[in-house]
Design a protein around this ligand. Structure first.
Ligand code: SF4
Length: 456
């Protein structure tokens, strides 16, 4: 089937955001012996170690969410899970790949880490820090849903050394928040942000989504104005996707009953009540993102990647992202969590029962893995670092012994010709237009065997 350029610009089902390489569909349980070898081998010199903790609980499920989350767990289930994840950190802390390294960065993601009560958080963090202290870590990030925060919960986080608070605001308009299934209200955003500032968290990030169902230009401009009033240190703007298995994806039917592919046109199902009745296409979402970036830059912010704008590039670092994109090691703990150790990608078992069961038996809950080659790691860094808008030729020469200008001559020439980037002397720089849509151009760097695969 030939798909027109216009059809490709519509928001279809599937992922477009590139989070890793090679893609998850190539990872397999048959590589688990490689993962076990990797965690039991000494670390490569100079590679930092991070810890990711997946807290998979949410008040309700957002209609666009495709993460492994639970909305029906009670206090005793949560206690079982927190015991399991603590056990996992304990098992990992004793593996050979730690090699005496202190944690360089920690990330509490979800789900909704702030769904946990202050006393659950206090108990969890006290136990974790006794096993793997993070006092010398450069960054400890904690994701929050504004409606779950109270001042004393934020005080607990501050006491435990959280340096970067990330608020999932997504939009300011109550009707849009509600239609898209978000649990928080607009008032809760201001309340949470005020407390966070008062308590002096070193860095506060706000997430927005360009293209939530019901979005329009007027409201998007209001959202950006409200964002500017708050003056967060960092702003992350995602462009709405409709991956498979979200509530929206199930509720929307494909025009003419065609097979569900990422290129099909999606229409609201009959009887569906939507504020705008449709999902914005990619050019509109890019225009909204560009508008927000431009407004923020006009107000003194700097673009630091395809999705983030910061108050000051020199002072507002995002260590987790930088480390991960440069191939750092990271223990991915929690159900279905992703990690990377000694060149091997790994993911935990993705059901509650299997995950908890393994840890109760005293074993690591690994589910699938992928051992990367030196070339895979080179390509992974090229595609992930391109999201910062810049590649440094010398960095790759020093680390991989290759000149990326010759190694990737064809894709670079193609993207240069099309106006998405420029090869300039010792660097590669995305054009502003290229950066805002860089994810869809990254497969140009993939080796042929990793092309044309569903991205899960
Ligand atoms: S808060 Fe985040 S993790 Fe939870 S349902 Fe919504 S999008 Fe998913």
């Amino acid at each position: 089937m030939t798909v027109s350029a216009a059809e490709q610009e519509k928001t279809g089902l599937g992922n477009y955001f590139i989070a890793n390489y090679p893609q998850f569909s190539f990872w397999s349980s048959s590589y688990l012996p490689d993962a076990e070898r990797a965690v039991n081998s000494p670390p490569r010199p100079g590679v930092p170690l991070g810890l990711y903790l997946h807290i998979p609980f949410c008040r309700k499920r957002c209609k666009f969410c495709y993460f492994r989350v639970y909305t029906d767990k009670n206090a005793s289930d949560i206690s079982v899970y927190l015991n399991a994840i603590t056990k996992e950190v304990e098992l990992l802390s004793k593996t050979g790949c730690v090699g005496g390294r202190p944690l360089d960065y920690v990330y509490f993601g979800g789900g909704t880490p702030s769904y946990l009560s202050a006393s659950q958080l206090d108990g969890l963090m006290s136990r974790l820090r006794a096993i793997m202290p993070w006092d010398s870590a450069r960054e400890v990030t904690f994701e929050c849903e504004p409606g779950t925060l109270q001042k004393h919960k934020l005080e607990t986080l501050r006491t435990h050394g959280i340096t970067r608070l990330s608020l999932g605001v997504e939009n300011f308009k109550p009707e849009i928040l509600q239609y898209n299934g978000r649990a928080h209200s607009e008032d809760e955003i201001y309340r949470a942000f005020g407390w966070a500032r008062e308590l002096g968290f070193p860095q506060i990030n706000i997430d927005l989504i360009a293209g939530m169902v019901g979005e329009d230009w007027d409201n998007w401009k209001r959202c950006v104005a409200k964002l500017l009033e708050l003056q967060p240190d960092c702003v992350t703007i995602y462009q709405m996707e409709l991956p498979y298995n979200t509530e929206f994806s199930k509720a929307l039917r494909v025009k003419d009953g065609a097979a569900r592919t990422s290129l099909d046109l999606i229409q609201p199902a009959e009887g569906t009540v939507s504020p705008a009745g449709n999902v914005a296409d990619w050019p509109t979402k890019r225009a909204w993102t560009k508008y927000a970036f431009d407004e923020l830059v006009k107000n003194g912010y700097e673009v630091s990647s395809a999705t983030t704008v910061v108050k000051s590039k020199a002072n507002t670092k995002f260590v987790y992202r930088e480390a991960l994109w440069r191939g750092a090691d990271m223990f991915g703990t929690g159900v279905a969590s992703f990690g990377h150790v000694n060149g091997v990608h790994m993911q935990n078992l993705d059901t509650w029962e299997a995950y908890v069961g393994k840890l109760e038996a005293g074993e690591l809950p690994l589910g699938r893995a992928f051992p990367t080659t030196e070339r895979d790691r080179l390509i992974r860094e090229v595609v992930l670092l391109l999201k910062t808008g810049h590649l440094d030729v010398d960095y790759f020469r020093g680390k991989y012994g290759v000149d990326i200008r010759t190694e990737f001559r064809e894709p670079l020439a193609k993207l240069d010709r099309e106006g998405w980037l420029k090869v300039t002397g010792e660097g590669v720089d995305c054009t502003p237009e290229g950066l805002i849509q860089i994810d869809r151009h990254l497969p140009a760097f993939f080796d042929p065997q990793y092309l044309s695969s569903r991205y899960t």
